[in-house]
Design a protein around this ligand. Sequence first.
Ligand SMILES: Nc1c(S(=O)(=O)O)cc(Nc2ccc(S(N)(=O)=O)cc2)c2c1C(=O)c1ccccc1C2=O
Length: 198
Amino acid sequence: SHYKLTYFNLRGRGEIIRYLFAYSGIKYEDYRIEWADWSSIKPTIPFGKVPILEIDGVIIHQSLAIARYLAKENGVAGKTPLEQALVDAIVDTIDDFMSMLPWAEKDHDVKQRVFDDLLTNTAPGLLQDLEKFLGNKNWLVGESVTWADFYWDVCSTTLLSLKSDLEDSNPNIWVLKRRVQALPAIAAWIQQRPKTIL
Ligand SMILES: Nc1c(S(=O)(=O)O)cc(Nc2ccc(S(N)(=O)=O)cc2)c2c1C(=O)c1ccccc1C2=O
């Protein structure tokens, strides 16, 4: 099959999909839209939002739906429907927090204040809950890596870039982060990917 990922030159909502392609070893086109081209590309996209993944001409939108599809195709979605539900619950929990951040806020003062408030007052509770859920396991769900572990690495990279001292507590979730980054295919991708702030 021919795969084409369309997103911006950002990790953002596209990076989980790039991790799954890296892990699966499947070749794909990593098309990064120039901001200048976005207004002409946007009307051609079914729901006007990216990322989208085109698979042999079929367009899938919504980053987590795309990621879940690739995870199922590549054996990292959870081994049973029950495990898959736990994986989805963790992904949605992490995504709920990331989506609370006012990324599109135009007023920089408001944006900075709300980011700081959420990162200072809400993020610690999320991290404590993830630490408790992980316990002394190697992976968040089941006996082997799933895309919930990938999503934790993807999102925690951005969280640390926004507030580095989040790494000062809840040790095991940071051990998990390093475990994901040590997977050869993921390590290779992180080394070779375009370096962007977000
Ligand atoms: N980096 C970003 C950026 S941006 O760089 O500031 O553009 C934006 C962003 N959302 C977003 C929100 C509203 C709009 S709209 N339709 O224009 O109003 C567009 C994008 C996210 C991220 C993430 O990194 C991210 C990571 C993980 C989960 C969700 C998001 C995430 O939602």
